[in-house]
Design a protein around this ligand. Structure first.
Ligand SMILES: [Zn+2]
Length: 348
C-alpha cells in the first residue's frame, strides 16, 4: 500500500499544473478558467473563424485600456491572450516587484486572458533580481499565473525605441548566468513554461544549447522565430538548425511573433523577419519546418505598451502568416499547441 508520504512525493514530481495537493481550490480555479477559455475558442470555431492564443504580448498596466483590448479581441476573433505587465521605471521606483495585472484582467474578462507573470527586464529583473524572481515564483506556486515571461537575456533596442532615440535597452544577460539557471531550474521543477527574448547570434547559440541540455524538462518558448536583426552575426541559424534543436530538445517551443515582409530593423537597415521572401511569400523552407514539427510553434502578436492600439494591424500580419500554413497546422499553431503546453492535455 502506498504511504501518504510516498504519494505526495510522486504527486509533486509531476508538473505543477497537475499537482500540489494543498492547492485544490486554486486548481478548481484553473479548471473554471479552462472551461471559459474552451467555450470561447469553440464559439469562434463554430462561427467558422480561426481563433488563436496570443502567447506573448505585454503592456504598461497603468496605461492599459482593458475594455479596448477586450473589444478588439472580440472583433478580431482573437481567442485568448497572455498579456504580461512590464514593470516600468516609475512602478519600480514605487517599490513594485510584482504587478498583479492578470488578476485585474481575469476579474473583468476571465474567458479571454491567460494569467502570466511580469516581463523579465530592466530595471526589476536586473536591479532587484531576487525580490522580482521570488515574487514571480510565489505567484506560480499560488497558481495565480500559468506562464512566465518574457525574460530578456539578449535584447537589442526595439525599432520603436530606435525611433525615439532610446538606445539604452541593449540587454546582455548571459543565459548561462545566475538568472538563467534560476529560471530554467524553476521551470524544470514546476513544469511552468517561460518565454525568452534572445537575439539570434552565432556566439549565443552554444550557451543556450548547453542550458537546454542541462535542464531538459524546462519548458522554454524562444520568442520571435527567425527574427534576425544582423544577418552577418547569424550564419548558423537556419530552418535545418532549428529543426535539429527541436529534435534534440522536446520541451523547446518557438513563438511566431515577427514583422511582415517589409519590416526593417532600423539599426541594421535589414528586413529582420527572415521567414519571408521579398515578394511576401512565406519561404518554403520555413513553412516546411513548421509543417514537419507542427506541435512546436505558437501564435503570438508581441503587442507592447507602445503599440497596443495597433492590434488590428498586428492581427492582420499574424493571420497573413497563419493562412500560409497547411490547414491542420494552422489550428495547431493558432491554439492547440498553446493549449497543450499550458494545460498538459489536448484541446478537445
Ligand atoms: Zn521579445
Amino acid at each position: 500500500m502506498m504511504t501518504r508520504r510516498r504519494f505526495i512525493k510522486i504527486f509533486c514530481a509531476l508538473p505543477l499544473f497537475v499537482c500540489l495537493p494543498g492547492l485544490a481550490e486554486s486548481i478548481t480555479g484553473v479548471a473554471t478558467l479552462k472551461d471559459g477559455y474552451a467555450r470561447r475558442l469553440k464559439k469562434i470555431l463554430a462561427a467558422g473563424d480561426l481563433p488563436y492564443i496570443d502567447i506573448e504580448s505585454s503592456c504598461n498596466s497603468r496605461k492599459l485600456d482593458i475594455e479596448f483590448v477586450a473589444k478588439r479581441m472580440d472583433r478580431l476573433n482573437i481567442g485568448l491572450m497572455a498579456l504580461s505587465a512590464d514593470i516600468g521605471h516609475g512602478q519600480f521606483r514605487d517599490g513594485v516587484v510584482f504587478d498583479p495585472l492578470s488578476e485585474r484582467l481575469l476579474a473583468s474578462y476571465p474567458d479571454r486572458f491567460i494569467p502570466v507573470g511580469n516581463g523579465g527586464q530592466s530595471p526589476a529583473l536586473t536591479e532587484a533580481t531576487d525580490s522580482f524572481l521570488d515574487a514571480q515564483e510565489a505567484a506560480v506556486r499560488d497558481r495565480k499565473i500559468l506562464l512566465l515571461g518574457e525574460y530578456e537575456f539578449r535584447h537589442y533596442p526595439s525599432p520603436r525605441q530606435v525611433k525615439r532615440g532610446e538606445l539604452d535597452r541593449d540587454v546582455q544577460l548571459p543565459i548561462d548566468g545566475p538568472i538563467g539557471h534560476r529560471v530554467f531550474s524553476f521551470s524544470e521543477k514546476t513544469g511552468v513554461p517561460f518565454q525568452i527574448h534572445y537575439e539570434i547570434e552565432d556566439e549565443l547559440l552554444a550557451p543556450l544549447e548547453q542550458m537546454l541540455a542541462q535542464y531538459p524538462k524546462a519548458r522554454v518558448i524562444w520568442c520571435h522565430l527567425a527574427q534576425i536583426r544582423y544577418i552577418e552575426r547569424a550564419s548558423r541559424y537556419t530552418p535545418t538548425y532549428v529543426e535539429a534543436l527541436l529534435n534534440r530538445f522536446p520541451n523547446l517551443y518557438f513563438d511566431t511573433a515577427f514583422g511582415d515582409a517589409n519590416s526593417i530593423y532600423p539599426l541594421s537597415n535589414q528586413r529582420h523577419a527572415r521567414v519571408w521572401a521579398n515578394d511576401g511569400a512565406l519561404l518554403p523552407a520555413w513553412r516546411d519546418l513548421i509543417a514537419a514539427c507542427p506541435s512546436r510553434f505558437l501564435s503570438a502578436l508581441d503587442l507592447g505598451g507602445d503599440r497596443i492600439e495597433r492590434i488590428v494591424e498586428y492581427d492582420q500580419n499574424h493571420r497573413n502568416f497563419l493562412k500560409r500554413l497547411p490547414a491542420q497546422v494552422q489550428h495547431q499553431v493558432a491554439y492547440r499547441n498553446a493549449w497543450s503546453l499550458l494545460f498538459g492535455e489536448e484541446f478537445a
